[in-house]
Write a protein that binds this ligand. Structure first.
Ligand SMILES: NC(=O)C1=CN([C@@H]2O[C@H](COP(=O)(O)OP(=O)(O)OC[C@H]3O[C@@H](n4cnc5c(N)ncnc54)[C@H](OP(=O)(O)O)[C@@H]3O)[C@@H](O)[C@H]2O)C=CC1
Ligand SMILES: [Fe+3]
Length: 412
């Protein structure tokens, strides 16, 4: 992003002047940032774009000034701490102690701890608790750690709008919540600073909320399997005394998998349609969805992934089935003829898959290449990268393998 772009407001109409609550900020609209890394840079951009004045405290202001939007003032740490009463500490826990020289200057000021942990822990003291112990005369607020630098820079989207905030000081909590709101995020009050540990663990949770989607998939599998078992095995046995029990482990499973995949895929898209209808009905997009819909929307990624898993498994099964019977050498002859016949279909499906793959790459890449702190945010990026399109890819894969599905060959 060029310097010019950085200075351009992303949320043009949300200026501090227009927000009465923010005019009451103790800092008079100036926000301080200690540190000049990825997070600091993106935070500064967002603050400037939201109409705040920004002062950055860096150990090396000359070298780092060029990385910040022109409107942000980059100076040394000692100078910066004099300028305002609210500071984001955009540094790693290991470096907090280097700020101890500034203890007196930071007394009575709000310090927002944005740091994350490297590994999940419940016993260890939270980073925010550690910061509070180093600066007992300052007020520490935990927040913004669940927002990646990339989200700060590109602007909040639906999925990652919530900013969890906690502090022992209610007024400080309110101020930081207002700040988050002015930046386009949705603050969530998590109470006292003892919740910091929990908040710091949030970004480390890999693919949460799997319980409901897994039970859903298993439930659907059970229903469809029972139905297919009755249709393909039990019914022929009772009606015609045909023994088709050999179908139980593979064929019945293989007809069940795509049923589950399709139903799950439709469950990924359906809540979006319901949400849109809900918004149309109420004529606003600022009304909360009912809880059940909210929950459903939040589980779409997991449902989509399970759908992908079932479809991929089905594609593999379908591919293996004809291989298992390849001793029928005549089949090969037939297959070659059929492939020759339908080569254009293969080409078109190939192109479709390529299209899907590039779609995947495109949707995944920005989140990966812009993962500004891979070490901590890899989990979140993985979550972002894996989304519904994988199901589409699997279904296209399945469509291709279905061309060599056994029933298409004469005499099967
Ligand atoms: N990047 C991200 O996506 C996210 C990061 N965070 C958190 O934000 C904090 C900063 O992360 P990030 O900006 O990515 O990290 P960076 O490594 O990019 O930046 C860290 C900054 O800390 C400052 N610093 C101060 N003292 C020291 C010191 N003794 N040694 C090294 N650096 C020092 C440096 O600024 P200077 O040289 O100017 O003093 C440096 O730029 C971390 O706590 C991280 O957990 C939270 C959510 C997301
Ligand atoms: Fe199929």
């Amino acid at each position: 992003m060029s310097g010019g772009d950085m200075a351009k407001p992303l949320l043009g109409h949300r200026h501090v002047e227009s927000d009465t609550n923010l005019a009451l900020l103790p800092s008079g609209g100036t926000i301080g940032i200690l540190g000049s890394g990825d997070f600091a840079r993106c935070l500064a951009t967002r603050l400037v774009c939201s109409g705040f004045k920004v002062v950055v405290g860096s150990r090396n202001p000359k070298r780092n000034a060029g990385l910040f939007p022109a409107a942000a003032k980059v100076t040394c740490q000692a100078e910066a701490v004099k300028k305002t009463d609210i500071f984001f500490v955009a540094m790693f826990r290991e470096h907090y102690s280097t700020l101890c020289d500034l203890t007196d200057a930071l007394a009575g000021k709000i310090l927002v701890d944005v740091s994350n942990k490297v590994e999940m822990s419940h016993q260890q003291e939270s980073n925010a608790g550690y910061l509070a112990s180093l600066f007992p005369a300052s007020t520490v607020v935990k927040g913004f750690n669940v927002i990646s630098a990339w989200t700060l820079q590109s602007g909040p989207r639906d999925g990652n709008k919530q900013v969890l905030i906690c502090s022992d000081n209610q007024e400080a909590r309110r101020i930081v919540a207002e700040l988050a709101r002015a930046m386009g995020f949705t603050p969530v009050d998590m109470g006292s600073l003892s919740s910091a540990c929990e908040i710091e663990n949030v970004p480390l949770r890999l693919l949460p909320a799997w319980k409901i989607p897994i039970f859903l998939a298993l439930g659907l599998f059970f229903c469809f399997y029972t139905y297919n078992f009755v249709r393909q095995v039990l019914h022929p046995y009772i009606r015609e005394k045909k023994n088709k029990f050999y179908k139980i482990p593979i064929e019945v499973v293989n007809t069940t998998l795509p049923c589950v995949a399709y139903v799950m895929l439709s469950l990924v898209y359906l809540p979006g349609v319901l949400a849109a209808s809900f918004q149309l009905y109420y004529g606003t997009k600022y009304r909360r969805f009912p809880d059940w819909l909210d929950q459903w929307l939040q589980h779409r990624k997991q449902i989509g992934l399970l759908s992908f898993f079932c479809a991929a498994l089905h594609a593999m099964y379908s591919l293996c089935l004809p291989m298992r019977r390849s001793h029928r050498y005549l089949l090969l002859n037939e297959a070659v003829k059929q492939v020759q016949h339908s080569s254009f279909i293969y080409v078109s499906f190939g192109i479709m898959s390529l299209g899907l793959l590039s779609l995947l790459a495109i949707t995944s890449l920005p989140s990966i290449s812009n993962s500004l702190n891979w070490r901590e945010f890899s989990f979140i990026q993985v979550r972002l990268a894996i989304n519904g399109e994988y199901s589409g890819l699997a279904l296209s894969l399945h469509a291709q393998t279905s061309f060599i599905d056994p029933p298409q060959f004469p005499g099967w």
